[in-house]
Design a protein around this ligand. Structure first.
Ligand code: 13P
Ligand code: SF4
Length: 305
């Protein structure tokens, strides 16, 4: 990364009172520019706490939308507006409306990997870090519609032993859904002493073979605190940068080396510099949608605080 770009970004940040928020899957050079690097829950919490006027959201589109819903008075910029989350785009308001009609008394729990419109139609949001906690906060006798991730929904249902959760079969993360049981079996065989850490967007049969299941920050914390020296990592490979940076004496093996989310790799130092210089692309959720969506996000933040 050129020194010139780093200096320009620093100057622009000071001029505009901006912060750079980066998801754990972003490319190494973008992570190294972050004022905050974290998981979806951490990024949402930091957005509510920062006194910056401008947030450069380096992640995927729904993360910038979440920041806009939570901080309507701030300018939210995304370095590349094409960075969509495939899973978020797998459910439309029309499809959610149909589910709600079919189950009128159910509580709608929506994974943050969803559009602003979908959040605005939901009762409560969750992230991978708090999905179990969020669903557990709903009385057991109430039916739950869990969208859009069928895998996370099944993991939560299994963890809580709940059989009244309606899953959305068309929703999944293409990166994590590709991690099949056979890869987990092979990795265990190849690295018999390694701890297996998996993201809950994975399939339930694979998750059942894990030593730990957690959000990206959960995985980072586990590996830091563990006395083990080797880890099999079942999530997007962008996380390996921080894992290796923070744990120089430990070894990390990706469960699937091609586990790459193309949208997460669309940000770059150059695009960050340009977006601060030109103050675009701005992501602004309209006030009506934001007001509705923020209720569902705030409920989640209350449950996870
Ligand atoms: P985390 O919230 O665990 O960082 O996950 C976000 C995501 O997009 C996983 O694919
Ligand atoms: Fe969405 Fe999957 Fe990419 Fe995460 S890894 S942003 S869930 S497509």
């Amino acid at each position: 990364m050129s020194e010139e770009i780093i200096k320009s970004i620093e100057r622009l940040k000071a001029e505009k009172n901006a912060v750079i928020m980066v998801h754990n899957y972003q490319s190494p050079e973008v992570q190294d520019l972050g004022d905050y690097v974290g998981d979806s829950l951490g990024l949402a919490q930091i957005a509510t706490e920062t006194d910056a006027d401008v947030i450069v959201s380096c992640g995927v589109y729904f993360m910038a939308e979440t920041a806009s819903m939570l901080c309507q008075d701030k300018t939210i910029l995304i370095p590349d507006a094409n960075a969509g989350c495939d899973m978020a785009n797998m459910i439309t308001p029309f499809q959610l409306e149909a589910l709600k009609k079919e189950h009128p008394d159910a509580v709608v729990v929506t994974y943050v990997n969803s559009t602003a419109q979908i959040k605005a139609m939901s009762d409560i949001c969750c992230t991978s870090a708090n999905a179990v906690q969020v669903v557990n906060s709903i009385p057991r006798e109430r039916e739950v519609i869990f969208i859009p991730d069928r895998n996370l929904g099944r993991y939560v249902a299994d963890k809580l032993g709940r059989d009244n959760i309606i899953f959305y079969d068309q929703g999944f993360c293409p990166v994590h859904d590709r991690m099949l049981l056979q890869y987990a079996v092979r990795a265990r065989h190849e690295y018999p002493t390694a701890k297996m850490c998996l993201h809950p967007e994975g399939r339930l049969d694979v998750l059942k073979t894990a030593d730990m299941v957690g959000s990206t920050t959960g995985i980072l914390n586990y590996c830091k605190e563990s006395a083990a020296k080797e880890f099999i990592i079942g999530t997007e490979i962008g996380i390996l940068h921080r894992l290796r940076q923070e744990n120089p004496g430990k070894k990390f093996y990706p469960l699937l080396p091609i586990a790459d989310c193309p949208s997460m790799k669309l940000s770059s130092p150059e695009k960050i510099m340009l977006c601060l210089e030109n103050m675009e692309v701005e992501v602004r959720v309209d006030p009506e949608t934001a007001a509705k969506g923020v209720k569902a996000i705030d409920r989640m933040l209350e449950v996870s605080s």
